[in-house]
Design a protein around this ligand. Structure first.
Ligand code: AKB
Length: 339
């Protein structure tokens, strides 16, 4: 008899770790990542250390587990994807395609849709210039879908693949098969107090906060007025879980913007500097990474998520900094110094 499971890919990454903590009480987590889980999470999930692209591994997983929900988080982020674009395509697109196909086949086999929850990103947007970015400050899901990064292209295409596998897969077959239940949120930059991102372009936000708490100087790689939306990590995890729990009849689309607040790099600096007066933060733009940030919208409109499945972030900018980020990073690095 196969064991019922919730599968989390990319589980050792930032969102993965936070999601494991959130869902641990379910007692049926199976996690997959090239890297090991941090020691403190090992007891919370059955971890498989391996490659998403290994089809034998995926077949083994479905032979052992009856997977009800897949949170597919594994991806190479935007800066890293620009350094190795073809590898990013392989992981971000082919990895997703393999998993979608597996989920579609399992849905068919079980005559019941498997849920496929997919985090997309503000990287799917591509504002052509700063004037347009200022003029169209809050973009909706269907606007400006002209990404300028490999990662953005990958995410946009995978949103479409998700839609294809859930609505049109095997559309010419005599009997249309049961397909998967694909749901997707587009995340802004994420801010975690407990982990740091690797290889993203919104990373200057969290890096500035963590560097100040560690007492290290920080050179911010975008200019002071560069602005994008952000969200506190607990809200990101709630968005994924709440979307998964939303009744299917309430959902009129498959892809939803979700966001917390919009901040310029200078506004992040000001908040960090107020909390850590000795912080040394300089602006030393890397023009190529800055251009990627400039192509992302200043803010996104998450009205559809609010109306259709009751999305509402628990952390506005004040709460995010004063109640979540600053106290937790302070404690984290104080503890590190003390031990
Ligand atoms: C990145 O910077 O690549 C990610 C994202 C905005 O999706 N954090």
């Amino acid at each position: 008899m196969r064991k019922r499971a919730i599968l989390i890919t990319g589980a050792s990454g930032e969102v993965g770790q936070a999601l494991i903590r959130e869902l641990a009480a379910e007692n049926r987590l199976v996690s997959l990542d090239l890297a090991a889980l941090p020691t403190e999470l090992e007891s919370q999930s059955t971890h498989v250390q391996g490659d998403l692209l290994d089809t034998h591994l995926l077949t083994r997983l479905v032979s052992e587990y009856e997977i009800d929900v897949i949170y597919h988080l594994a991806a190479l982020l935007s800066t890293r994807a620009e350094i190795t674009p073809e590898m990013a395509h392989e992981v971000n697109v082919e990895g997703t395609l393999g998993l979608l196909r597996l989920a579609a086949e399992q849905s068919q086999w079980r005559a019941q849709p498997i849920q496929f929850i997919f985090p997309s990103s503000i990287a799917v947007y591509g504002m052509p210039d700063r004037e347009s970015k200022n003029l169209y400050a809050r973009v909706r899901e269907f606007e400006w879908n002209q990404p300028r990064t490999m990662y953005g292209c990958n995410k946009l295409y995978c949103e479409m693949l998700g839609s294809y596998y859930s609505r049109h897969y095997r559309q010419l077959a005599a009997q249309k098969p049961v397909t998967l239940d694909f749901r997707c949120v587009r995340f802004p930059g994420l801010l975690s107090a407990f982990t740091l991102p690797a290889g993203g372009t919104s990373d200057y936000g969290p890096e500035m906060i963590h560097a100040a708490a560690r007492g290290e100087p920080y050179d911010c790689f975008v200019r002071e007025d560069a602005r994008i939306p952000f969200m506190a990590m607990p809200d990101a995890v709630h968005a994924l879980v709440e979307l998964a729990h939303a009744p299917v009849e309430a959902l009129r689309r498959q892809v939803y913007n979700v966001t917390g607040f919009s901040l310029s790099a200078a506004q992040i600096r000001d908040r960090v500097q107020a909390a850590f007066p000795a912080a040394e933060i300089r602006f030393a733009p890397d023009l190529k990474r800055e251009a990627i940030v400039d192509s992302w919208p200043a803010d996104i409109d998450d009205t559809a998520a609010r109306l259709e499945w009751g999305w509402s972030p628990a952390y506005d900018v004040e709460r995010a900094f004063n109640e979540y980020l600053l106290p937790n990073v302070r404690q984290r690095y104080q503890r590190a110094v003390a031990t």
